[in-house]
Design a protein around this ligand. Sequence first.
Ligand code: FEO
Ligand code: CA
Ligand code: CA
Ligand code: CA
Length: 660
Amino acid sequence: MSITDLPNSVLAEAAEDIGSNASANPTMGDIIAERLSRRDMMRGILAVSAVTAAVSPAALLAACSGETDTTPSFKFPELSVGIDETHHVASGYDADVLIRWGDKVLADAPAFDPGKQTAATQARQFGYNNDFIGFLPIGGSNDHGLLVVNHEYTNAELMFAGLEPGLGKAANYEKITPEQIDIEMMAHGGSVIEIRRPRDGKGAGKWEIVAGSTYARRITAETEMRISGPAAGHDAMKTKADPEGLLVRGMLNNCAGATTPWGTWLTCEENFNGYFWGKGAMNKVAGAASLKRYGIPAEWYFWAKQHERFDVAKEPNEPNRFGWVVEIDPFDPASTPVKRTALGRFKHEGAGNVVNRDGRFVVYQGDDERFDYVYRFVTRRAVDMQNKAANKDILDDGTLYVARFDADGTGVWLPLEYGQGPLTAASGFRNQGDVVIHARIAADLLGATKMDRPEDIEANPKTGKVYVMLTNNSKRPQRAVDAANPRAQNLFGHIIEITPDGGDHAARTFSWEILVQCGDPGLAEVGATFNPRTTSSGWFGMPDNCVVDAMGRLWIATDGNSAETTGRGDGIWAMETKGAERGTSKLFFSCPVGAEMCGPAFTPDVETFFVAVQHPGEGDEDDLSTFDRPSTRWPDFKSGMPPRPAVVAITKKGGGKIAV
Ligand code: FEO
Ligand code: CA
Ligand code: CA
Ligand code: CA
C-alpha cells in the first residue's frame, strides 16, 4: 500500500478540514459579523485624522495599580483608523512608493502601459501582488542592498478590462485570452532589485532603484527550478516533462518568506491548489484522496486551458511539485532556484528563522488553512557563519516537526520522520519522500493541534520568544474549541507566544500562551484581549504577516480588516510584548481601500521600514471593483491607470530610527 492508496477512513476527516463545514444556521460569528457591519460602516467612512487620546478607564486603573515601571517600546504619534483611496503613515514619517506592478526590473523592460501588456513585457517588469519583502545588505550597508519581493497571485479583473472579480469565476473563463493567461503567469513569482539610499548631511534621503543592475532578476511561473531533499526523484514527483522528478517549472502563490544569514531568499508557496483543474475527473485520478487533503483541484485560475500540466487528469503528479519552500541566491542571477523538500509540502505562509544557540538553523512555518498546523524544521548541521558557501545545501538535511499545543500551556514538537510512530508502511509511508510530500497527512496521524489558520511566525532573537499569527477561522465549531484556539467562529484571529524550553529552539518541548485575542475590545461577545491601554485605533483583526526588528520589537501586518469586518483598513500595528504594556498595539500605517498589508521588512539599522501594499482596489461580489471601475487608482491616481500593488519605503522625516 502506498500513501495514495490510504483508506478513506484515514483521509476522510482530513479532507473535511478544507473549509467544508457549511451550515445553514446562522452562527455566532454571523451574528457578530452582521452587527459589526452595521455599526462600523459609519466608522469606516470617517476620514483619517489625528487620533484623540482615548485612554480607557481600565487603562487608568492599570496605571494606578503600580505597573507604571514599563516605558512603551514604540515612540510615534498613533495614526487614526479610517479607509480611503490612499495610504497613510504616522505623522513625522514619509511613506514613498518604491516600485509598482509593471515598473522596470530588467534593463530592457518597456515602460508600463496597461493597454499594451504582453507576457514578454511582464516577464521583464515588476510582478503583481507583492507579498514578502526581504532586504539583503550589500557590503554590510544599511543604505545599499538587494530587495527580494514575492509576487503571490494575480487579480485578472484589476489587470485587464472586461472581467469580473472572484476566483474561478465562470463568467471569466471564455473571456480571458491566452495572452492574458500568460501575462498572469509572468506576473507571478518574484523580483530581485538593487536599491540604494543616498543620504544628505543630516542622514535623510530617499531610496532609489539602481538602473541596469546586474542583480536584477524576475522569477516567474515558468522559471526552471531544481527539486532537492527527500522528495527529489521520488515517483510522485515525476511527470511527462520531467521523467526523473528533479526539475520543475515555476513557483506558485509565493506568500511570505524569509532571508537567511548566508544571504539567500526563502520564498514560500502557499495556495498552490488554486491553479489545478480536473474536478470532473477526480474519480479516475491516481492519488485523488491525498490531492483532496490539499484542496486540489480548486480551479481558481484558468491556466489549464492552455497549459495541460495544470490539469490533474492529464498530469496527476504536477501538484506534488508545488507547495514547497524555494531557496534562491539573489546574488547570483544565473543560479537555479531550489525547492527544499525537507521542509515539507503544505500551504506555506513564511519561513521565520533563527540560528539556534548550538548553531543549527531553525525555521518556523505556518500552514495557512483552517485546522492546519504549525511546523518547525531543524537542520542537522550548524550554520557556518564564516563561510557562506558552506551552507549551500544545509536545508536538505534535518528534521521536520509539527506542533501539539496542550491545554496546560505546554507543547511538544512531533517529528515527521519516516519509520517513527505511525509513519510506517502500515499507514502507507514507504520513505521520507512520502512523509514530506504528504506532510499534512503525516501530521494528521501524529495528532498535531488543528489551528485557526497559521500565518507568519517570527522568532525574537533578543528574547527567544516565538510569535505565531493565527488569522481567523470562521468555521471552528464550539465542540472543537481548544486551549490554543479558544474561540468558536474565530473571526478575528489571535497571536500565540511560544517559549522554547531552556531557550533551545531545537528542544522537543515548549510552553505557550496567548499574547492577544484580536477584534473589537468594545464588543464583549468578540472576546478580544488587547491591553486596555490600546486606543480605539490600536486594535485590529486578522493578524497575518509580522516582523521583529533589530531592536526586538514586534510589528504586525493584517489581512481582512475592512469597513464591513472591523471598521478599519488593513495596516501595520506595533505590538508591545513586555511588562505592563504587553498586549498594547498602536496603528502605524494604513492601506488604501481593498488592499491587504504584506511584506514588512526593516533595514538592519531600523531606519527604513519596507511594506507591501497588496491588491489595492480588490473587491468582492458586493463591491464590483474592476479594471474599468476600480475602487481606487492608487498609487498613480491617473485616469485609465488601474490600481497597482506596490512596495512602499517608510523613513523618518529628517532621518533616524523608526518609532524611537
Ligand atoms: Fe498569502 Fe496566508 O496569506
Ligand atoms: Ca499572508
Ligand atoms: Ca515575516
Ligand atoms: Ca491572510
